[in-house]
Design a protein around this ligand. Sequence first.
Ligand code: SF4
Ligand code: SF4
Length: 680
Amino acid sequence: MDGGRFLYRRVGYERVFIYGFWRRYRKYRRGKDADRFNNLVGRFFKALGAMATNKTVYKRDSYAGAAHWMIFWGFVVLFIGTAIVALDFDILKPVFDQSILVGTFYKWFSLFLDVFGALFIVGLFMMLFRRGKKPPQLDYKRPDLKPEQYDRSGYQKDDKAFLWLLIVIGVTGFLLEGLRIAAEGMPAFEVWSPVGYVLGLMLGGFGPETLHPYVWWFHAIVVLGFIAYIPYSKAMHMLVDYANLMFKDDLAAKRLPKVSPEKMKEGIGYRKIDDFTWKELMDFDACTKCGRCHVACPANASGAPLSPRDLILDLRTYADATIGNGTSEIFQQTFSEGVKAGKGGKISIAGDIIRADTLWACTTCMACVEACPVGIEHLTTIVNLRRTLVDAGTMENSLQDTLANIGDYGNSFGQSDRARAKWTQGLEFKVKDARKEPVKYLWFVGDYASYDPAVQQMTRKVAGIFEKMGLDYGILYESEKNAGNDVRRIGEEGLFEMLVEDNMAAFAKSDFKEIVTTDPHSFNTLKNEYPEFGSSYAVHHYTGLLCKLLDEGKLKFSKKLRHYKVTYHDPCYLGRYNGETEAPRKLLRALGVEFQDMRRCGANSFCCGAGGGRIWMDDSKLEKRPSVQRIEEALEIDGVNLFIVACPKDYTMYTDAVKSSGNEKRLAVRDIIELVEEAM
Ligand code: SF4
Ligand code: SF4
């Protein structure tokens, strides 16, 4: 019996591995169905492409992406190479008296393995170096607890153990190769193993024949130990993350899950581990603690008690502890004082495991979902937990009042539905009523654009421009209701469905072909969520429509606005949620302004802090509001004088932020429509 087989029989590493894997699988089986088995072949290859190119890791962090690429491909090539050596050595040679590792193939095989082995080690040291520099994303400091209330040393040890085990495996692998080459008398063809050959030259004087078996045993023990350790550690991401990417919902967060009528009756939200889907339970394990979501999160950046990373890790600990995969010590250590105090065994997930103020801090900006390299869908989980809070009535009074207004009047301002189209009064032209005459475009105006006095002037400008271009459009007047995007993200699913029903009924009574809206929030739900309720209209944001009309020559500018130096804020629901980042920029280019993007732009834009109902909640406890941080970011641009927005809520948020931060003289907030009007 050779050493490897002996080790396997005595220690049973594979059994330790299988048991660990089974514990994970047992956990996922507790989750409810996630409906992710459509287009399996497409999903398989898409995830394979993402893994092979490492594109999700490169995104937002090219250094980590490059290092991870080297580690990933180094590992894959070494794994396959070792399997080929085992096949040659254990099967082909003894059974068939044949070998494939000879001649030219052997030389190229050796070179390939050495190059990727070297990349593997370089990548690992790059990661080690990065950790040494303590970047903010790798800081485990929590925004919701005091340092004495939690302990992340276990995670830190796991991070280090994972890196060092791989380094030891890589280095001892090369040492073995060098010792073998030296023991064989440095054959000339082994120069095709350049790293091993150089090590052979260096180790030749140290008794390579004697040293070789010791290093072999050490290497074998570490490798087998590593395999056994995979399902219990960070190394598990090597297996889970592929599956997590494969089963990711492309519309995650953009389209929130519907609730069945039965579930509506028995109480929506999450109360026990079985309420999570298996994909969510897998999400919790897939987290590599890379911290990209943590640093992208506007709530975390503003001093709110929310870090999407910690939320996922807490839910992982909860899930493990609940099904007996973790010890109660870990459970006690990790969670907040409320949990430690105990509630007679009745700990609620939304409220105790994840605090209510943590859940309410989320602006639903989706930055976490977009930044996560392994396909975790934080936002869907957050909204599902919010649904539990809404069901129990655990929310701020101001939010409760707004929801009541929307329920009673169909708008968040609590005004009469007859006042919805008041902004049309005094216009020199009549805005068509899409319920009474056929139009090509239904303009879904939205609450802020309809009722907010400051935004109404913008709405009138949009109407004026549509009119000038001869656009065939109309509105729903008092039949329009709040589209429900934010209502749904607050977690008020019942009210959302009522709003959809009302709006769909108004659509059915009207005659139009396509929908246009100035509000990115309405745009998202009309485009991504209404189709599940039967809507089949093409939906445009007004910037996209104006671009189309610009291309068709229907929108013309009579002058260039060269005197403005502008920057543009991508609204989360337009840029990140729906990938519409080019149309506003194209308009700005056509307007002739001097344009410069902020540090964070496009899909990487930074939220204003209004989404998911936050605009109706108290933000006085935040250290620095996201909107103020964003204005400061804009002012980093030399000479900028206009801050351009394309969302009614952004207009409100940033006008206020410019005032409250004392920057009124330096920067003015304008909707892009104002520049369009000026240039026409
Ligand atoms: S959606 Fe935005 S605010 Fe909410 S957790 Fe994710 S990054 Fe933070
Ligand atoms: S949730 Fe995703 S982005 Fe956040 S720490 Fe985990 S792996 Fe990184």
